[in-house]
Design a protein around this ligand. Structure first.
Ligand code: ADP
Length: 379
């Protein structure tokens, strides 16, 4: 069975084709800057890469281009569109309704649109991407895999904020958490590596990429996570501030004469590693500058690691212990000092028992497996 994975961002679509029999990725690529004159497609098949600047007015055209590449004599992997047996979509927000992946029907589409109010930057492009995909692959089963689904097991005490309860009831204001697919993938992978059942493990999964979040996974279930109502809460990130005193929003608005949108922009795009260092949101640049003695680069890295330690400590408390801490995503997998500093600076807390593992995350693969599970009996 061939499964196509579609991951729609605010102006891009990433895609990847899997053969489930061969347990292999056949090709992948990205269409970027959708809606602009400089839109481009970068397509990879094995070692070969093909990049082209091309007009892509909307998501429908982007999916059309992808479909053309999948069946292309040189760049494709199948002869006809009908050889794509199912399509799995990454959807960021599934509210409280979606606790696992689902086959997309009219109702699911309506709800993805509805939850756009909770994820205005993420759900609308996913909705448009799915619509485009449905038009171009009208006979193919499509599945939605939600970032929020894995965290739906959190208890009330973890997901409720200390705000009037009626705001939760009226506006669905609560912690949802994100990166769920990645946390679930590395938790399952860790159990396999440790050769122990996931249902008997207490894991702390740290997804440290451009966006960063940490999850406490107890007996295979997310019991708390650092991102909240939006992906802004928690750790320091590339350009996001993570936890701050909520009173600062009003204070900054007053001092800087900013609107709420401007403060939102400041917290989401101009803060984090970029804001503190004044250099870059990219950890590689900061490591380089810190090595040369740049104080602000070093400071940004220190704040980043300090926050990670704080959350790991909190989640050891939440679960009354832990078996393993897992580092994943761009920074988690590649920055050696992360593991070294956590091991050294938390040696008393971790003791000999709690090991730190680095595991490569593969959200697309998990989306493919979920899709396969949902469609295999329908064929
Ligand atoms: P995204 O959340 O966009 O998927 P990634 O998981 O690719 O992000 O992570 C991006 C971050 O990982 C950036 O800060 C980047 O600097 C860092 N990173 C990626 N590769 C390396 C590397 N080899 N060494 C150090 N940092 C890296």
């Amino acid at each position: 069975m061939n499964i196509l994975i579609i991951n729609c961002g605010s102006s891009s679509i990433k895609y990847q084709l899997f053969s489930m029999e061969r347990k292999a990725s056949l090709l992948n690529g990205i269409v970027e800057k959708i809606g602009s004159e400089e839109a481009s497609v970068t397509h990879r098949k094995g070692e070969k890469k093909h990049k082209q600047t091309i007009g892509v007015p909307d998501y429908f055209s982007a999916v059309e281009i992808i479909a053309g590449l999948l069946t292309h004599p040189e760049w494709g992997a199948v002869e006809e569109k009908s050889a794509i047996h199912a399509i799995g979509h990454r959807v960021v927000h599934g509210g409280e309704e979606f606790k696992s992946s689902v086959v997309i029907d009219k109702h699911v589409m309506e709800r993805i649109k509805y939850y756009g109010k909770l994820a205005p930057l993420h759900n609308p492009p996913a909705y448009n991407g799915i619509r485009g995909t449905m038009q171009i692959f009208p006979h193919t089963v499509q599945v939605a895999v939600f970032d929020t689904a894995f965290h739906q097991t959190m208890p009330e005490e973890a997901y409720l904020y200390g705000l009037p309860y009626k705001l939760y009831k009226q506006y669905c204001i609560r912690r949802y958490g994100f990166h769920g697919t990645s946390h679930r993938y590395v938790a399952e992978a860790a159990a396999k590596m440790l050769k122990r059942p996931l249902v008997k493990l207490k894991l702390i999964t740290c997804h440290l990429g451009n966006g960063c979040s940490i999850t406490a996974v107890k007996n295979g279930k997310s019991v708390d996570t650092s991102m909240g109502f939006t992906p802004l809460e928690g750790l320091l990130m590339g350009t996001r501030c993570g936890d701050i005193d909520p009173a600062l929003v009003g204070y900054i608005m007053e001092k800087e004469k900013m609107t709420i949108n401007q403060v939102n922009d400041l917290m989401n795009r101009k803060s984090g590693l970029l804001g503190l260092s004044g250099i870059s949101n990219d950890m590689r640049d900061l490591l380089e500058c810190a090595k040369k003695g740049n104080h602000r680069a070093k400071l940004a890295i220190d704040v980043f690691i300090y926050r990670v330690k704080k959350y790991i400590g909190a989640y050891i408390a939440v679960m009354n212990g832990a078996d393993t801490v897992i580092l994943t995503a761009g920074i988690g997998e590649n920055v050696a000092i992360m593991k070294q500093r956590l091991s050294k600076e938390m040696s008393n807390v971790l003791g000999r028992r709690i090991k730190i593992l680095t595991i490569h995350t593969d959200e697309e693969r998990l989306i493919a497996f979920d899709t396969y599970e949902l469609v295999k009996n329908k064929k």
